[in-house]
Design a protein around this ligand. Structure first.
Ligand SMILES: *Cc1c(COP(=O)(O)O)cnc(C)c1O
Length: 493
């Protein structure tokens, strides 16, 4: 029971509770596949099962664990389930979860070197390892952030600082002599770029959307033309974002060509490889990464496809000093903490206090090893190709995008409904609902060329051929059943 005194939980109680949690966690991971992937609640159900006010008396861990089971678990979406193929899967891998546990336990604040030499130096070492695994040159310095959105925001800040004179002193607003800064990204770039542009006070209009080709890749010729026209109209191009692994289809922008445009125009080139970056570990994917090493900054999220639990994104930058100069502050309360020459990243980003995120990434990389990671990523790429082949071989389905990485987009195309796109959308929306309702698989959707597409993303460490086969069986069986219902209803629903 909670101590009535002023103490923390006693060591003995902690030991018992932690042992209980370990048992519970191991059982959860062992049996997660027997659960339904999706949650089982309606809005408000979790909230209504909890007291509206904090009870005065504390509760034991055993009581809390009971509440977790009873109240929270029904509202948990099982991202740990091997059938999770929606959005981008994130793996709570064994070593990753253990790393998180230790991070919480040690509770390091990696703000100065001296507030945690271990966290500061491990982050440096692990991000250097990852840099090498990604095939990037050593000029890239990495910083951990909480997510790809935060990393992309920092990339846009760096680009502004590198491009706008006196950005730190004078900002962006009220400077009549300063052309309006703008940023370029394809129509398939991640929404966090649009957010970053707004957060930085550039305004929605500053995001210049570059069209994509028939494979959802940015058209570099259109980029160059657009930029030239914008310059004539008084805009100041600040950054181009090329995406390696777009969110809808996993398409890969032609980075080498984008880098060339950026070099000619002296514009910051940022590569958003939040999801796709992991594929750089697999040599077969090398051509997709052509030019990436010449970018100014790159984002990779180990919490997507590198088996690291949320949250951990890495921002790599060739010129992190641009950010350090922009954000350098030296309040008295931090003075004198660090010996000269040590690396600290408090001025390379927004955060001061930072979680010891590198610990879990270190554990994941050390546990699987370079070869183990490569094997797993390669297996996911192969599974996506296999699923694409099954879709292609089935006349009842059509693929809606090429499979560059591990995302497969397609839809069912019953003959009778082919002529009407809305009817196909309705059919596929209902198909998605049924596949997700069966509890073995969780998929999401997107829209491609105006059509609703089912979207399968493979990237969970526990996903194997068995799970992808099961997903495909479920999709086909659900489509067949739905088709029979349409037929029975005379194709009117
Ligand atoms: C997921 C994703 C992001 C955002 O990452 P978060 O960690 O969710 O903030 C940005 N860009 C791309 C291409 C992504 O796939």
């Amino acid at each position: 029971m909670p101590s009535p005194s002023t103490d923390d939980m006693s060591p003995a109680e902690f030991r018992d509770a932690a042992a209980r949690l370990t048992e519970w966690a191991a059982h959860y991971l062992e049996t997660v596949e027997q659960r339904r992937v999706g949650h089982a609640v309606v809005p408000g159900l979790v909230r209504s099962a909890l007291p509206t006010e904090l009870p005065a008396d504390g509760a034991s861990f055993e009581v809390m664990l009971g509440e977790v089971e009873r109240v929270l678990m029904p509202g948990v979406t099982h991202w740990n389930h091997p059938g999770f193929m929606a959005y981008f899967p994130s793996s709570g891998s064994g070593p990753g979860v253990l790393g998180e546990y230790m991070t919480a336990l040690l509770n390091q604040q990696a703000m100065l070197w001296s507030t945690s030499p271990a966290a500061s130096e491990l982050e440096d070492v692990v991000l250097t390892w990852l840099c090498q695994l990604l095939g990037l040159p050593p000029q890239f310095e990495g910083v951990c952030h909480e997510g790809g959105s935060a990393s992309n925001l920092h990339a846009m800040v760096a680009a502004l600082a590198a491009t706008v004179p006196e950005f730190r002193a004078r900002g962006l607003a009220g400077r009549g002599s300063l052309p309006r800064p703008c940023v370029y990204a394809s129509s398939h770039a991640h929404a966090s770029i649009a957010k970053a542009v707004v957060l930085l006070g550039m305004g929605d209009e500053a995001l210049r959307t570059v069209p994509v080709d028939d494979q959802f890749r940015m058209r570099p010729a259109d980029l160059a033309a657009r930029m030239a026209a914008d310059r004539r109209a008084g805009w100041l191009p600040v950054a181009v974002v090329a995406t390696v692994g777009t969110t809808s289809t996993g398409s890969v922008d032609p980075v080498a060509a984008v880098v060339q445009v950026c070099a000619a125009e002296r514009v910051w080139c940022h590569v958003d490889a939040s999801y796709g970056g992991a594929a750089a570990l697999v040599s077969d994917c090398a051509t997709l990464f052509d030019g990436v090493a010449s970018a100014d900054s790159i984002v990779v999220n180990p919490h997507k496809w590198l088996f690291t639990p949320v949250d951990l994104s890495v921002f790599y930058c060739r010129r992190l000093d641009v950010l350090r100069e922009l954000l350098h502050v030296s309040p008295e309360y931090l003075a004198g903490g660090d010996p000269p020459g040590v690396r600290n990243v408090k001025d390379a980003g927004m955060a001061l206090g930072r979680r010891f995120r590198a610990l879990k990434l270190w554990m994941v990389l050390r546990y699987f090893g370079a070869a183990g990671l490569q094997t797993r990523i390669a297996a996911h790429l192969a599974l996506a190709q296999e699923l694409a082949a099954w879709v292609d071989a089935d006349p009842g389905f059509e693929r809606l995008a090429p499979v560059s990485l591990s995302v497969v987009c397609f839809r069912a195309v019953p003959n009778h409904l082919r002529l009407e796109d809305n009817a196909l959308d309705d059919f596929n929306a209902e198909l998605l609902r049924r596949v997700n309702a069966d509890g073995h698989t969780l998929l999401s959707s997107t829209r491609l060329r105006g059509c609703l597409a089912l979207r399968v993303a493979i990237g969970h460490v526990r996903t194997s051929d068995r799970h992808v086969a099961r997903a495909w069986e479920s999709i086909r069986a659900s489509a067949d059943a739905l088709l029979r219902e349409y037929q029975a209803a005379g194709w009117r629903r």
